[in-house]
Design a protein around this ligand. Structure first.
Ligand SMILES: [Ca+2]
Ligand SMILES: [Ca+2]
Length: 109
């Protein structure tokens, strides 16, 4: 699975106690993992065309990583990592603190 700690996730990780409540963050996506919380910033892409941005991308050590909040609760629940060689791996979970489960993998193109 994606090693979030090795990625450039911007301001994070922040301590859970100091993280702003979700309503103060607006459309920011949060990622809780291994007892830490990252504020990934505002979602930029609306992947399901419902008018609510739900996805953002970051460049990780091994390629692009796509973070999606598919149920719009502010918590990332789907992650897809896309490597430079065109292979990709997706995982999703029910919510913060739940285990990541692989959903899809393969090669693009
Ligand atoms: Ca959406
Ligand atoms: Ca979510």
């Amino acid at each position: 699975m994606v090693d979030f700690a090795s990625m450039d996730l911007g301001a994070g990780p922040v301590e859970p106690e100091t993280a702003d409540p979700p309503d103060a963050l607006g459309q920011h996506l949060l990622l809780h993992d291994a007892g830490r919380v990252w504020d990934l910033g505002p979602a930029l892409v609306d992947t399901d065309a419902d008018g609510v941005p739900d996805t953002l991308t970051r460049v990780g050590v091994s390629g692009l990583v796509i973070f999606t909040d598919s149920d719009h609760d502010g918590e990332v629940d789907k992650v897809t990592s896309l490597a430079a060689d065109g292979t990709y791996e997706s995982a999703s979970r029910e919510g913060a603190g739940q285990p990541w489960r692989p959903t899809d993998s393969g090669r693009l193109g």
